[in-house]
Design a binder for this molecule. Structure first.
Ligand SMILES: [Zn+2]
Length: 453
């Protein structure tokens, strides 16, 4: 039993209570009590009491679109590479060359970054090859995740990137079974299609059918992303609906190019949308001109946030994602009232939980939910004066104030120290593996301003 007491507690509960002197009592993996510090009464002496004074407690963030394998090539792709060359010239060779050891090292790095920036749950983009190796890395760091195997059938690539529809479905089904069998409770798998127009009708229907059979959600991880550009991402949302595959357990990522009929359809089918603001901006998807995320939220669509990839975003820092989501929408509408910080924080927590079908378990600090929480250090200049904690969180705080993180009631970051894995060794592994991996993929590292002795 762990008691966090005398902290500012942003509950995200149905009343959206923010407690000035609050406490959270954790029993095992779950939250037992949340309330004013004076009202939270442990039934026995807690094993540990965390003094929350000078701290703010939040539910852990949920990132609904992450490519963990790409962390080994972070920052490799030069800015001037045109959008239509990413997949054939860069991502294809990178994904074709990666080994299980490299994939696990990249996943550890991505998980450590998420942990240190307050994200406790994420959904991979369906771009993994050795899902079990990645599941082990995620479990070692201690995060909660939904993973998915590389799945496409229309696009081609070197080696194992070439897949028939039957192979893609068989590999997905194997992944669901192998990750399910682990039963760690924190890591599971979904049928996750890469998207970008790389999936046939039969693959999409097959992925949906597998999700139904296994009782999971399914996702199309790059949809309505670049139709105005030179990609094959042109499948209309109405066509997916005609195939009967849209529903509350469908997650579509990016969704920059939607019209009012699409938004009405997303709301009607309760489809979950993952908005990736940093990737939309860096990959010039036309977010400010075309994005309709405030309108989706107004229409009742659940919109969460995604950090995307290490060459398309290049970070998984939810505080920066919230900041971008709020500000780009305001400027695009010439209306500072669009996407207020409270709404953006809902995207990063409650909507993220909904997107992954985990709304009964995570996304808010309420008795009975999983104890996934973050404690931020308020004794830093950017938080002061603490007039409005939610405004400060979205507009002025940085992830450097993330101090302690708990997942399933287990303290995985303890006052700035990672408790689960050897963080220095994980970073050293990444340095050791990255350059030989990139060389094997045939990709040179050429900074415009090279490192010199
Ligand atoms: Zn992506």
């Amino acid at each position: 039993m762990i008691l966090v007491e005398h902290a500012v507690v942003v509950t995200m509960d149905p009343g959206r209570r923010v407690l000035a002197d609050g406490a959270v009592l954790v029993d095992g993996g779950r939250i037992a009590q949340v309330g004013r510090a004076a009202d939270v009464r442990p039934p026995r002496t807690p094993d540990r009491v965390i003094d929350g004074r000078g701290g703010l407690v939040l539910p852990g963030f949920v990132d609904t679109h992450v490519h963990v394998s790409e962390h080994l090539s972070r920052g490799l792709v030069p800015d001037e590479v045109p959008v239509d060359r990413y997949l054939p010239d860069w991502y294809g060779p990178l994904y074709a060359a990666i080994t299980p050891e490299e994939e696990a090292a990249a996943a550890r790095l991505a998980c450590l970054e998420m942990l240190r920036t307050g994200t406790t749950t994420f959904c991979e983009a369906g771009t993994l090859f050795d899902v079990v190796a990645v599941a082990e890395a995620v479990e070692a760091v201690g995060l909660r995740a939904i993973l998915g195997r590389w799945t496409w059938d229309l696009a081609r690539g070197p080696g194992r990137l070439a897949q028939t529809t039957d192979e893609a479905l068989r590999l997905t089904e194997e992944t669901l079974a192998r990750v399910d069998r682990r039963r760690s409770g924190r890591v599971s798998a979904w049928p996750l299609l890469i998207g970008f127009g790389t999936a046939s009708e039969r693959l999409i229907r097959g992925a949906h059918a597998l999700a139904e059979r296994h009782g999971t959600g399914w996702g199309m991880m790059h949809f309505a992303s670049h139709p105005s550009r030179k990609t094959a991402d042109t499948l209309p949302l109405a066509t997916l609906d005609a195939w009967g595959v849209l529903g509350p357990r469908t997650k579509l990522a990016h969704m920059v190019y939607v019209d009012p009929a699409d938004i009405a359809l997303l709301a009607r089918r309760d489809v979950k949308v993952s908005h990736c603001p940093s990737a939309a901006l860096k990959h010039v998807k036309g977010l400010a001109a075309h994005g309709r995320f405030p309108e989706m939220l107004d229409a009742g669509v659940s919109v969460s946030l995604g950090g995307d990839s290490a060459n398309g975003s290049n970070h998984l820092d939810m505080l920066r994602l919230m900041y971008l989501a709020a500000l780009v929408a305001k400027d695009a509408r010439l209306d500072p009232g669009v996407l207020p910080p409270e709404r953006v924080l809902e995207m990063a927590t409650l909507h993220g939980a909904r997107a992954l079908g985990l709304e009964a378990e995570i996304g808010s600090l309420e008795p009975g939910k999983r104890a996934d929480l973050v404690i931020l250090d308020l004794d830093r200049p950017e938080w002061r004066p603490l007039l409005d904690p939610v405004s400060a969180l979205v507009y002025s705080a940085s992830a450097a104030s993330v101090r302690t993180v708990m997942v399933d009631g287990r303290v995985v970051l303890d006052d700035g120290r990672v408790t689960t894995v050897d963080e220095r060794a994980a970073l050293a592994d990444v340095e050791r593996l990255a350059r030989p991996y990139l060389a094997r993929a045939g990709l040179g590292v050429r900074p415009r301003w090279p490192l010199t002795d």
